[in-house]
Design a protein around this ligand. Structure first.
Ligand SMILES: Cc1cc2nc3c(=O)[nH]c(=O)nc-3n(C[C@H](O)[C@H](O)[C@H](O)COP(=O)(O)OP(=O)(O)OC[C@H]3O[C@@H](n4cnc5c(N)ncnc54)[C@H](O)[C@@H]3O)c2cc1C
Length: 434
């Protein structure tokens, strides 16, 4: 029963959303005579990670290539956070999680600009690049991911400390720094990871990281220890599975302490300082600060919920603050049961792309959008586990709600689910970029 439901959810996730929604829309767009507004429409997308890249691709697909799409990101490749903990652990190379965006340009005709958007001028509908270059838009889409709330850890405002006590919650150079720090540790030394209060990017990922660091220590530094210092009252995702895996595979290696709110670091002592409890010293500190919407959204006053997250209309992903700016992915305020994940950003991207296409083509907007959430974690030596849910727009709350009975969670981690995790990652990379 559990298995067949999981299979159903997995099949629904990437393939059939397009079959039932995207495919239909593409057919619509072909049969529909192009409106002049559609032909002239200019969409600019800021951020070519999971949300932004998928939105660019699906805008082109849904409009039969008619919408002019410009995608802007400073990084030459998409570096995937999913599976990045396996790079930290040494099981994978960073090259295996670096994905080219060339197909978006070559196959779909998306214009890609490698740069950072510095400012938005909503009153004249333009974005500003360095050197004052401006680009006009009819619709602007932001999928800038997260940035850190350094104000909550005053000493960590220093960039030198940010490069020493890395968070590695944006895959790339920090992933490699953490890997090198682990390799430099002597057997018997301590690795400490501090986890902020939820919501933060990918709830299970810090616990997966602790598991994969333990997996590395077990092989190469068996006397070393891991301290998981969590501001939350309990492991925020797959709690039973993590606890079971830690006691089965890594006995006495991982110590979990809840309710540990980090207030700063002491760099001279290499110590974490907490609101209530004693300081904790360790050789390697993996400091994960509280997070908020990415800088471009934050500094454009779009993060109107608690000065952290952006409020949007869940039928179109249009900002509730500034019209014709759509925001998706980790930067938005979503319901408590919607994790900040690549899978969710992918679903939001398709809804946002279809709504913008429909708006520009004077078609009715889909009033019943759905997406799936599935999140795999690697717990042991090539063993994995998943948690998944289906989400549907609820007209009463005007938000995405979990479909009753759609929850599925592994009963135990195993090799088959590890293979599914690797397959899922390959599928989402393809669906986003190819
Ligand atoms: C360790 C770890 C493991 C994870 N594992 C999983 C997993 O197994 N499954 C899962 O579904 N999710 C996972 N996630 C979460 C997932 O990576 C994020 O939820 C997802 O990347 C969010 O997509 P996004 O588009 O919002 O942001 P991102 O993918 O981070 O993309 C944001 C992009 O915006 C760009 N950008 C920012 N500001 C600007 C600007 N001013 N101008 C131009 N470009 C800009 C950035 O360069 C970046 O490329 C994991 C995360 C971590 C940290």
């Amino acid at each position: 029963m559990q298995n067949s439901r999981r299979k159903f959810i997995q099949q629904t996730i990437l393939g059939s959303y397009l079959g039932s929604h995207g495919g239909m829309l593409f057919a619509d767009s072909k049969s529909q005579a192009p409106t002049s507004s559609l032909r002239k429409a200019k969409v600019v997308i800021v951020g070519a990670g999971f949300g932004g890249s998928a939105t660019a691709k699906y805008l082109k697909i849904f409009s039969g290539g008619q919408i002019d799409v410009t995608l802007i990101d400073p990084s030459p490749n998409l570096v995937s956070c999913p599976l990045s903990n396996l790079v930290i652990n040494g099981q994978m190379q960073i090259s295996e999680i670096m994905k080219s965006r060339d197909p978006l340009q070559q196959k779909y005709g998306v214009r890609i600009i490698q740069d950072t958007v510095e400012r938005i001028l909503p009153e004249v509908k333009k974005i500003v690049l360095p050197q004052g270059i401006t680009i006009s838009y009819d619709k602007l889409i932001l999928s800038p991911g997260i940035d850190m709330m350094w104000d909550s850890l005053p000493k960590m405002k220093d960039p030198v400390l940010q490069n020493r006590f890395v968070h590695a919650m944006k895959a790339g150079s920090q992933t490699l720094t953490l890997r090198k720090q682990l390799e430099s540790m002597k057997d018997g030394e301590v690795f400490a990871i501090s986890i902020p209060l939820a919501p933060y990017r990918c709830p299970p990922s810090p616990y997966e990281r602790a598991s994969q660091v333990a997996n590395y220590f077990k092989k190469y530094k068996p006397r070393s220890k891991i301290l998981v210092l969590d501001a939350n009252a309990e492991i925020t995702s797959k709690s039973t599975l993590f606890k079971k895996a830690w006691s089965n595979y890594y006995p006495n290696m991982i110590e979990y302490r809840n309710n540990h709110t980090l207030v700063d670091v002491d760099s001279s002592e290499s110590a974490l300082l907490f609101e209530v409890q004693d300081d904790v010293k360790a050789s390697v500190l993996n400091v994960i600060p509280p997070m908020r919407a990415g800088d471009i959204a934050f500094h454009s006053n779009l993060a109107n919920i608690n000065q952290r997250w952006c409020e949007v209309d869940f039928l179109t992903y249009e900002s509730k603050v500034i019209p014709d700016i759509h925001i998706l992915g980790d930067a938005i305020q979503s319901s408590t049961q919607t994790p900040k994940s690549a899978q969710v950003a992918n679903g939001q991207a398709k809804i946002c792309a279809s709504a913008i296409y429909q708006q520009l083509a004077d078609l009715p907007i889909n009033k019943n959008p759905t997406f799936s959430s599935i999140c795999y974690s690697v717990l042991g030596e090539k063993t994995g586990a998943h948690i998944s849910t289906m989400h549907q727009f609820d007209p009463k709350t005007q938000s995405m709600a979990v479909v009753s009975g759609s929850n599925s969670i592994s009963t135990t981690d195993n090799a088959q689910e590890y293979s599914s995790a690797i397959k899922w990652a390959n599928d989402i990379w393809s669906d986003t970029l190819i």
